[in-house]
Ligand binder design. Structure first.
Ligand code: GUN
Length: 280
């Protein structure tokens, strides 16, 4: 039977409309600063989408651009300047940073209460403990999509493919916090298919086209495609959509699946940072 397609664009639009109403009722405009170092085309595209979403919901966004040869010290100084700016509620440092810059050092410099991505080690630790207020945007969006689609998470075997800071690791923790049995596969995993075939839920976040093929998927599984790659100028995910959608029960497309949800969650997380800061 053909899988039902989870429409991430529609879900994200509804969340953005709701956020716009919340923001319109405030006496001020929440503000997120987006720090972009260099001119990586994918990062330029992602940050433009983030600024556009802020404009759409009536939120202020600061476009903080640094040259590709900015030093780690300069990037951290910029972050500290934003930490101290009372008009800035949230700070996002777009990843990846140029080679040679220590991402850990930069992310640890973001004020904990303005850390809209939840990448500060203290916030990431709280996420692992299940006591965090902020969850990284893409994994938070995935959990929202699963719940909104009626997927019961507790007791399910979820297999996450990828172990990145941005998606794989935090997603595995969030699924664990929801009561899933979680397996994490990555580049060193042997016989990945043997593991994914046991999964009720497969979340792939690698960036390798056709990594997840139909023979790796149990009939009726839920498949969330978080990968993004360019093939012949087209955006494609990790999943062989045509074949896997004939076997899965629910599946996300690329584009129009997880991508728009990441942006919607950035808006949600900015509002969380804003509420936490301003009620102090
Ligand atoms: N690069 C790709 N996705 C993300 C994200 O969610 N946050 C940040 N900061 N950088 C990214």
């Amino acid at each position: 039977m053909a899988a039902k397609i989870i429409d991430g664009k529609k879900m994200a639009d509804a969340l953005l409309d709701n956020a716009a109403l919340k923001i319109a009722a405030l006496s001020f405009k929440p503000c997120v600063a987006i720090v972009l170092v260099g001119d990586d085309p994918a990062s330029l595209m992602y940050t433009k989408k983030k600024h556009d979403a802020c404009a759409r919901v009536g939120m202020e966004s600061r476009n903080v651009k640094l040259p590709a040869d900015a030093t780690q010290r300069e990037i951290i100084a910029q972050v500290q300047h934003l930490n101290e700016d009372p008009r800035v509620d949230a700070i996002l440092v777009q990843l990846p940073l140029p080679a040679g810059v220590d991402e850990d050092a930069v992310l640890a410099a973001v004020a904990r209460e303005k850390d809209v991505d939840g990448f500060h080690p203290e916030n990431f630790g709280k996420l692992a403990l299940g006591i965090g207020k902020i969850a990284p945007c893409t994994p938070k969006g995935v959990i929202y999509m699963l719940k909104e689609s009626g997927v019961q998470l507790a007791g399910k075997h979820a297999v996450v493919i990828g172990r990145s800071r941005i998606v794989g690791k935090p997603l595995a923790l969030l699924l664990l916090n929801e009561g899933c049995t979680v397996s994490v596969c990555h580049s060193k995993t042997k016989d990945m298919g043997a593991i994914t075939r046991m999964a009720d839920i497969i979340c792939s976040a690698v960036g390798k086209p056709r990594l997840v093929t139909a023979d790796m998927v149990k009939a009726g599984a839920v498949v969330i495609d978080i990968g993004t790659s360019k093939e012949a100028e087209k955006l494609v995910g990790d999943v062989d959509f045509a074949a896997v959608s004939k076997k899965a029960s629910l599946i996300t497309p690329v584009p129009g699946g997880v991508g728009p949800m990441t942006i919607a969650m950035l808006i949600e997380n900015t509002l969380v940072c804003c509420e936490n800061r301003r009620k102090k």
